[in-house]
Each structure stands twice: as structure tokens, then as C-alpha cells.
Ligand binder design. Structure first.
Ligand SMILES: C[S@@+](CC[C@H](N)C(=O)[O-])C[C@H]1O[C@@H](n2cnc3c(N)ncnc32)[C@H](O)[C@@H]1O
Length: 200
């Protein structure tokens, strides 16, 4: 496991420098819509450069984790834009240092395209979320369209090499494989981006 994890981490350390300039997949409105569901003690997995931090509603208390020190350095610059308390920690989503049932809400946006072993990371999301808590996932996925899906498979090595992100992950299937119960799925940008509201 360590081999792939180190490779993807290094790619994000490299990408951190220009990430905010190229990150146009998720609009601020969509981030706001997703985070309007967050409440209480919140874990943001794969916080990246902190693009979500300014959108957390009052009352949240956010812990953001990422395994890339480069991405976290950028996120630290955005903490002052948040309206709520934020703590940032370097941590691997596949092996979190939190007790079971710690968080009221667990959030991840465009993360499970990159986590090297996504089902393991999603099992950790489920473990650290309280039984009556909420899981909010905003993720791009492989297209159901046969032609577009194949094109995504073909182009995936380029995205994986350049950025560290897979464009052809079957994340809905991975969420289900981790035992997370999906309550609502909203299609965005055709059906390539999904907003999922789920329970552990
Ligand atoms: C595509 S970026 C998305 C960043 C941010 N969530 C956003 O919406 O802009 C994916 C992030 O997930 C992080 N990541 C990937 N695998 C991870 C893991 N196993 N543990 C922690 N962070 C991880 C990467 O370092 C990167 O910051």
C-alpha cells in the first residue's frame, strides 16, 4: 500500500502549486450547496487547498485532513476565510487517527478519485462518523455513457500521472462496497459529478 500512497502524495505535493488555478470542476455554488448539509463536529477528508473552508455554515467545527503537506500549506492560507473554527492535520484517509463515532458530519469533495485504495478510505469515513451522523460526498465519476466511459478509461493514465486523480472511478459502487448507506444522489454536470448524502 505504501508505494502507491507515496506516489499519489508526491503528485499532490507537486500539483499544490497550481491546483487552485486549474480547479474549475466544482463551482463555489456547488460547494456551498454541498456544505449547507454540514453541521456540528465536521471532518473534511482530503481538504486539499481549503477550497471548501469559507462555505461551512455557522455552528460547524471543522477538522480537515490531507496526506499532502503541499496541499495543506495552501489550505492554511485559507483558514482565515472560514466563518467557523478550523484545525488542519496531516493524515492518511485510509488510516485515520480518530476514534470510532467521532464526527457529526464527514465531508469529501473530489477526493475518492485520488485516494489510492478508495474502499478502505470510505470504510474509515464510515467508522469515524457517528451512527446518526451524515456523510456528504461530492465526487466526479466514470460516465455511464459507453463511449464517454471508454474515453475516460483511455485518458485516465494522463490525469493520474499529471495530477494524481483518476477520472474513471466508479465511486458510487465504492461507497456501497464500504457499507455506507446512500440516502440521496443528485446528478450535476450531466451525470459525471454526483452529490451524495449518506449515512454510516
Ligand atoms: C482533487 S484534490 C481535492 C481537494 C479538495 N477536496 C477540493 O475539493 O478542492 C484531492 C485531495 O485528496 C487528497 N488525498 C488523496 N488521497 C488521500 C489520502 N489517502 N489521505 C488523505 N488525503 C488524500 C490529496 O492530497 C488532495 O489534496
Amino acid at each position: 500500500m505504501a508505494g502507491t500512497t507515496e506516489i499519489i502524495k508526491r503528485r499532490y505535493n507537486r500539483t499544490a502549486i497550481f491546483y487552485d488555478m486549474m480547479d474549475k470542476m466544482i463551482s463555489p455554488e456547488l460547494r456551498q450547496r454541498a456544505l449547507s448539509h454540514a453541521c456540528g463536529k465536521v471532518l473534511e477528508v482530503g481538504v486539499g487547498t481549503g477550497a471548501n473552508l469559507s462555505f461551512y455554515p455557522p455552528g460547524c467545527e471543522v477538522t480537515g485532513i490531507d496526506f499532502s503537506p503541499g496541499m495543506l500549506a495552501k489550505a492554511r492560507l485559507k483558514v482565515r476565510l472560514a466563518k467557523v473554527p478550523v484545525t488542519l492535520l496531516e493524515m492518511d484517509a485510509e488510516n485515520m487517527a480518530f476514534a470510532d463515532d467521532t464526527f457529526d458530519t464527514v465531508v469529501a469533495t473530489c477526493v475518492f478519485c485520488s485516494v489510492p485504495h478508495p474502499v478502505q478510505g470510505l470504510k474509515e469515513v464510515r467508522r469515524v462518523c457517528k451512527n446518526d451522523g451524515k456523510i456528504i460526498l461530492l465526487e466526479h465519476v466514470r460516465s455511464d455513457n459507453p463511449v464517454l466511459g471508454k474515453l475516460m478509461d483511455f485518458l485516465n493514465p494522463v490525469s493520474l500521472y499529471l495530477v494524481g486523480s483518476n477520472i474513471n472511478r466508479r465511486t458510487i459502487e465504492n461507497i456501497e462496497a464500504a457499507g455506507i448507506r446512500i440516502n440521496q444522489t443528485h446528478d450535476v454536470r450531466g451525470k459525471i459529478v454526483k452529490l451524495v448524502i449518506a449515512s454510516p
